[in-house]
Design a binder for this molecule. Sequence first.
Ligand code: AHM
Ligand code: MG
Length: 342
Amino acid sequence: MHSRTVAPISLSRFLIEEQREKHHINADLRLLIEVVARACKAISIAVGKGALGGVLGSAGTENVQGEVQKKLDVLSNEILLEANEWGGHLAALASEEMDAPHPIPHRYPKGEYLLVFDPLDGSSNIDVNVSVGTIFSVLRCPAGVREPDAGAFLQPGSQQVAAGYAVYGPSTMLVLTLGDGVQAFTLDRELGSFVLTARDLRIPEDTREFAINLSNLRHWQAPMRRYIEELLAGKSGPRGVDFNLRWVASMVADVHRILCRGGIFIYPLDAKIKDRGGKLRLLYEANPMAFIVEQAGGMATDGLGRILDLVPQSLHQRVPVFLGSKNEIARVTQYHREAAAA
Ligand code: AHM
Ligand code: MG
């Protein structure tokens, strides 16, 4: 007798089971996630070609936030738009790379969901062959809205029905939450399909690893400096233990490490970016990552309160981001609250 080996679970099978057995998602949301995953495969191929694809370097344009767009920023945005506009599952899309929401062309049917994404996060890393990623968030289109404008997207992150990211590293992975834990899939490049490789990711509550751009220390506010200086003091300081620093400068890669082995990621407010409200964007960076981190047992705040409770004021709004292992995020948030109350 030979026994049958257990077949790997593809993303498609995982989603079908979520729909059929758990009644957790409907067919449209399943299609949406599959389409986003397919687009991420196309982006992964473009990123993976590197210089051979002729896609490195600047596109010679700026996005709405005044940042120079890379060719791969523009290409990734187009890949996500083209993949998603004809399926009938979306009411509109919005992206870091576009000033205003992208409507579904009239020749296609419209669905009940809104998709918002950062097509290629950490794109300053592209030209040096370091991990980059795609971040996405799914919201419901508000009832009765036929032609969603930016206002339709201004929902607190707690309303997200799904969120995820793809990380284009040594392997390409898709990390996904449908509000019922966090699952990780690895791209089988030969088969061209994402395969479930880690179920129910959990972020340890304690950590000795932190991620922050330390070069901004002199621009930080007092509670931020206090917290990091305590970590840097190590064994002989008030914390009594040594901490380790990691900073990829690709949020996706830094958050992925935290999901795999714990840690914290902080992009605080500093004097240089004070007028802008922070560095990272609420709708397509902070909210989806906060949703994933909370679903994995971690914590995500803007330094004072829960990110997912913030009511967005504009499509490209920025916020300070503190996320990861619960006990450290609670501590640094507490330092900020005490300073705000003083
Ligand atoms: P981007 O969306 O323009 O790529 O910017 C976001 C990125 C994050 O991925 C990363 O954590 C951060 O910016 C790095 O900032 P810094 O260059 O200040 O270290
Ligand atoms: Mg980004």
